[in-house]
Design a protein. Structure first.
Length: 277
């Protein structure tokens, strides 16, 4: 048995994704949502050690779960957070599949980030994952955030992990007019109560080749609408969500998700979420 662990958890799409994979592979197993409050985490992990073959970890436990695990894969050490745990004969090993999910989310566009100039909007948990991946890809990038101090904290982390990384920090209201190749939105602007708003004015999009919005609901945020009007390639966060989940299954089942199956799963999830192919 497998599960996703966090709070709130009732709207998680993870069970749909993983149960589709079980069905496609002919695996007789189930994947559940498991609501775990912060003060319940230690007890819950002890129970999972006895009863689950693996589990995903979502907010607010991605960092706080680390002391209760027996080891960390390089990916979890790099990102300083865990979103996937594999039970290896009672030993709980933490992984992080968010970074590879972020990269594989670009597969449909066949876009190579290596060496590009990137504008990254946001400095929270999702932005940290993206920033570390951008550093790995040798990108030159600007991090723009409303709270500049939080962006500087992220800069220190990046410089400690990747000495010589080329990153600048700016207030999101005073973004330098560099010739950006890629814009990535890792803020919540465009979803929920902020749906219909954009974190970036349209004049910044002139000459940009790709706009990647990590938001997956709605399918087309205001930022992506503006980007399409400006002639940019666009991609939302559904691919990242699906690919990080599929990577977790690859870890648990010790097998690869075939490209054709990955495409089918992505189409099925889009249909469930948006009501169309």
């Amino acid at each position: 048995m497998f599960a996703v662990v966090g709070t709130p958890i009732q709207h998680s799409l993870s069970p749909s994704l993983h149960n589709l994979l079980f069905q496609a592979w002919g695996v007789d197993d189930t994947y559940l949502r498991w609501e775990v409050l912060p003060h319940e985490l230690e007890t819950a992990v002890a129970m999972f050690r006895r009863n689950l073959a693996g589990f995903n970890v979502t907010a607010p436990h991605k960092k706080s779960i680390i002391p209760y695990l027996d080891g960390l894969h390089f990916s979890a050490e790099l990102y300083g957070a865990v979103n996937t745990v594999k039970n290896e004969s009672g030993q709980l090993i933490g992984y992080n599949t968010d970074g590879i999910g972020f990269l594989r989310g670009l597969d449909e566009l066949d876009y190579d980030l290596h060496g590009t100039r990137v504008l990254l909007l946001g400095a929270g948990g999702a932005a940290q994952t993206v920033a570390l991946e951008l550093a790995l890809q040798g990108c030159v990038f600007t991090i723009a955030n409303r709270e500049v101090s939080r962006a500087y904290t992220l800069q220190v982390l990046l410089e400690n992990r990747f000495p010589g990384v080329d990153v600048e920090i700016t207030d999101i209201t005073r973004i330098p007019r560099h010739p950006y190749d890629v814009v990535i939105n890792a803020t919540p602007v465009g979803m929920g109560d902020l749906q219909g708003e954009t974190p970036l004015a349209s004049h910044y999009l002139h000459g940009v080749k790709l706009v990647y919005d990590l938001i997956y609901n709605p399918a087309r945020t205001k930022l992506l609408q503006l980007a399409q009007e400006a002639g940019c390639q666009t991609v939302n966060g559904l691919g990242m969500l699906v690919h990080q989940g599929m990577r977790a299954q690859e870890i648990w089942q010790d097998r690869e998700v075939e490209p054709q199956l990955a495409e089918q799963i992505l189409e099925a999830m889009a249909k469930e979420l948006y009501g169309h192919d």
